[in-house]
Design a protein around this ligand. Sequence first.
Ligand code: C5P
Length: 222
Amino acid sequence: ENLFQVAIDGPAAAGKSTVAKIAAKKLGFVYIDTGAMYRSLTFKALSENANLNDGHQLKQLLDRTEIQLVHDESGQKVYVDGEDVTERIRYPDVTKQVSLVSSYEEVRTEMVARQRKLAESCSVVMDGRDIGTHVLPNAQVKIFLIASVDERAVRRYREEELKGRHPSMESLKAAIALRDKKDMEREISPLVKAEDAIAVDTTSMSIEDVVSQILHYVKEKQ
Ligand code: C5P
């Protein structure tokens, strides 16, 4: 049968997971959140006091870590070795260290193998930083989502607010910019737009508008 792949990449807090989730649902594809996988390893490394400067140790830790992305009516759930870490992997300690943990070649090679395996048997919408450039180079549709740092900080603030937290706008902006810098400057599969990706600037677009644009590109290729 014909499997279809949609790759969605872009910087932190550009709305990738929000639109990827909705688009996947509308298309009947499986949504794969690769950031959640790197976050899961980071969570486990922090809880085991692993040395985050040692890529080989992190890879060995990954080898004995089961990461499950489960989908139900309430949305996506993430399990690490059977424990529900859906909320936990979004905490600031994980967010702060995830770019370091994801920078190692050994770690990325294993993650990419797992991600490709997940896309082997079904049509997918996969989001991350290196999906169009590296994980799914033959994806029929590649989207590169961007938005201004100010807009991304506002979106992140609203998410935090819903969880009862009130970080300062300046701290959110700084954290987003720093994570982007690390993701763009790393040696292995840095964040970069694939040549054949369509750039979509979502700064002044609604979620529905972004989703319908993506669906439009998919329909064109189907
Ligand atoms: O998408 P999310 O913000 O949850 O990703 C968290 C981090 O995981 C990114 O900042 C990046 O360091 C790393 N990541 C990556 N490659 C991917 C997805 C995420 O390096 N495909």
